[in-house]
Design a protein around this ligand. Structure first.
Ligand code: PLP
Length: 405
């Protein structure tokens, strides 16, 4: 077993060796510029890019012509939201999103607010989910765009994208969905799900970092975007810049592997996740699930351990690489905005840990991690007077500490 055990698959994934193998010839042999029309080097590169476009389109039920290559989901989100807002500003200036979205979406929305757009930030339910009714209630005559993620990167909750897509279609409003965590983990079909724009990132699906796509619908309706990167007119004018051929080839292969192996892989990771969850919940008390038991990613488990602090807990088991719900954004001590939007209390938000299970996780690793976490939680709680009170049935929140002075 290689230590520390990697259990942070929502942060990033290693490249699958089969992906690396597919990429290698495009660094030194077929190194051409995909836009070179006059020689074999260019044709080879272009052919490889078009094959990748097909592999990616097949994963999400799209037409290859609807795939725009970018540097990753952050860029795709910027292009989708700013590009649509600028293009359709005449029609209306209202956008609907959710408080639990990734910062890339929230920060772009803030930027658009400064440009005169009005944004509704829906609060999700306690499990992190947005209902189609909540979206329907927020729609206005001037709404041009709904931006809601398929799967949440912290708690793994899935939004009812198909229902929301049907609603948006009926109302003539564009739907963008951030499928960074969903693609390759749960079935995605842009036709059946009525999605107009969608992003995928290479490094979340066993492909390389720094490459991604934006799916942009071409029919019913034809979505038009204002480019955010000018120069050269690549990618149907939506994203200029010489294509990163090796990475695009890698992303294509990663999507192909995801499509072929998803049913088996999702069942396997879900079984490992359930095993981890069962051990944590049976061998410890005062453990809480953050997320939705029914509508969730197969490979994510986010739990709060009351009466311990997430950061100290993580330091208590250095042989497992995971993320905590506090201090996750740089140096700030703010608890995660996702947990806050789900109305998870401050204390429980600070004691949350996200476990990500992936293609290369073994049962042996899951058991090792579970034992480490359980031991660390028990050790920290031995030092906690609050935990002792809780065991005696006293809720520390109801104690009037002042009275002791
Ligand atoms: C849901 C979600 N959206 C967007 C991003 C940003 O993706 P990228 O790293 O490709 O810019 C991430 C990854 O951090 C994510 O998990």
């Amino acid at each position: 077993m290689k230590l520390p055990i990697y259990m942070d698959y929502q942060a990033t994934t290693p490249c699958d060796p089969r992906v690396v193998e597919a990429m290698l010839p495009y660094f030194t042999q077929s190194f051409g510029n995909a836009a070179s029309r006059n020689h074999r080097y260019g044709w080879e590169a272009e052919e490889a890019v078009e094959k990748a476009r097909e592999q990616i389109a097949a994963l999400i039920g799209a037409n290859p012509k609807e795939i725009v290559f970018t540097s990753g989901s952050t860029e795709s989100i910027n292009l989708a939201l700013k590009g649509a807002a600028e293009m359709y500003a005449e029609k209306g200036k209202h956008i609907i999103t959710c408080q639990a979205e990734h910062k890339a979406v929230l920060d772009v929305c803030k930027h658009l607010e400064q440009q005169g757009f009005s944004v509704t930030y829906l609060q999700p339910d306690k499990s992190g989910r947005v209902s189609v009714e909540a979206v329907a209630a927020a729609l206005r005559p001037d709404t041009i765009l709904v931006a809601l993620m398929w799967a949440n990167n912290e708690v793994g909750t899935l939004n009812p994208i198909r229902e929301i897509g049907a609603l948006c279609k009926e109302k003539g409003v564009l739907l963008f969905t951030d499928a960074t965590q969903a693609a390759g983990k749960v079935p995605v079909d842009v036709e059946a799900d009525h999605v107009d724009m969608l992003c995928i990132s290479g490094h979340k699906i066993y492909g390389p970092k720094g490459v991604g796509i934006l799916y942009v619908r071409r029919k019913n309706p034809r979505v038009r975007l204002v480019a955010q990167m000018d120069g050269g007119g690549h990618e149907r004018g939506m994203r200029s810049g010489t294509l990163n051929v090796p990475s695009i080839v890698g992303l294509g292969r990663a999507c192909e592997l995801a499509r072929l192996e998803m049913p088996e892989e999702s069942a396997r990771t879900a079984a490992l996740r359930d095993h981890l969850e069962k051990r944590l919940f049976t061998e410890l008390d005062f453990v809480y699930l953050n997320g939705n038991r029914e509508h969730r990613l197969p490979n994510n488990l986010n739990v709060s351990f009351a009466y311990v602090e997430g950061e100290s807990l993580i330091m208590g088991f250095s042989d497992v690489a995971v993320s905590s719900g506090s201090a996750c954004t740089s140096a700030s001590l703010e608890p995660s905005h996702v947990l806050r939007s789900m109305a998870v209390g401050e204390d429980l938000a600070h004691s949350s840990i996200r476990f990500g299970i992936g293609r290369f996780t073994t049962r042996e690793e899951v058991d090792f991690a579970a034992t480490q976490v359980i031991t660390a939680v028990k050790r920290l709680r031995e030092l906690s007077p609050l935990y002792e009170m809780a065991l005696e049935g006293i809720d520390p929140k109801t104690v009037n500490w002042q009275a002791h002075h």
